[in-house]
Design a protein. Structure first.
Length: 299
């Protein structure tokens, strides 16, 4: 049995206590621009690094259960996207995926990561797809978890409506209010209270300006176009009870990417939080296959 499928010895500890093992760090990626991130594992290992990109209502801290399970066999890193945590926002008021992908490239350069396995959840899948399409040699495997496709090809009035409704909700509720009213939508009815508390904790810490920019990104993005352009290894996974990025929509993106698609039973949109054992096994299996295809045969 791989470590990713073993019982979690830390599960009895509060998630914030467990997160303290992976403290936030900052690295300069340009003059007066930083990216904050968390990491686990040993940078000297031969396995490919695993890079995790969170969704619009989350942050690097949401991946703590993946740090614990997967950091024993490889370097695992999760960023706070531009405008989240201590990461400097992108310059554009209404950014595109390429704006975030350029920061991702600069961050990986700063950390000396030439090639990785890249995982994007929800909005993070949009950034991951844009980066992979622009830098295919740097992505040994692209795994999309409940990917958001973006509204870039929708009619202008649809794009504006989707964008403005989310911005109005942010203005009315603020981060704490969003966390109270929206966090339950991220999970299936089977999620336990620990998972619900963790989603709420992460969502309550969003930075309004960064969230607003990410809302524009969602309106502007077209993940399908980037997936059609990328010819490397891709896989797509979704929670069977995801009510935000429906499994049917995720399956469509998988077909465009010519990629395998699977659903995880009893899991919602933030499945990696509520069903960590299942998702850690998927991530571990995908990483090991990517290692093998990249020539790291010892893993």
């Amino acid at each position: 049995m791989s470590h990713a499928t073993a019982p979690n010895a830390h599960a009895v500890l509060p998630l914030e206590t467990r997160l303290a093992r992976f403290p936030a760090q900052q690295v300069a990626v340009a003059q007066q621009h930083v990216v904050s991130y968390r990491e686990a594992g040993d940078a000297r290992g031969v396995a490919l690094p695993l890079v995790l990109l969170h969704g619009i209502g989350s942050g690097a801290a949401s991946w703590v259960q993946q740090f614990e399970a997967l950091g024993t066999t490889r370097r695992v890193l999760a960023w706070d996207a531009p405008g989240y945590g201590e990461s400097t926002p992108v310059a554009a008021g209404s950014p595109f995926a390429s704006d975030y992908a350029n920061v991702l490239k600069a961050w990986l350069d700063a950390l000396g990561i030439a090639r990785c396995v890249l995982v994007g959840h929800s909005l993070g899948a949009i950034v991951a797809g844009a980066f992979a399409a622009a830098n295919p040699a740097r992505v040994a495997g692209l795994l999309l978890v409940s990917p958001a496709g973006g509204y870039g090809t929708a009619a202008p009035e649809v794009r504006a409506s989707k964008r403005d409704a989310r911005l109005a909700m942010l203005a009315d509720l603020g981060p704490a209010g969003l966390a109270e009213t929206r966090s339950a939508n991220m999970l299936s009815p089977h999620a336990d209270e620990t998972a619900r508390d963790w989603v709420r904790w992460n969502m309550s810490r969003i930075v309004p300006h960064g969230y607003a920019q990410a809302t524009h990104l969602l309106a502007n993005a077209d993940l399908a176009a980037d997936l059609a352009a990328f010819t490397g290894r891709v896989a797509v996974v979704a929670g069977a009870q995801d009510s935000i990025t429906l499994p049917t929509a995720c399956a469509r993106l998988a077909r465009i990417a010519r990629a395998p698609f699977q659903t995880v039973p009893r899991a919602g949109h933030a499945g990696y939080i509520e069903a960590p054992a299942a998702y850690n096994t998927i991530l571990d299996t995908f990483c090991r296959a990517s290692d093998a295809s990249a020539g790291n045969r010892s893993f």
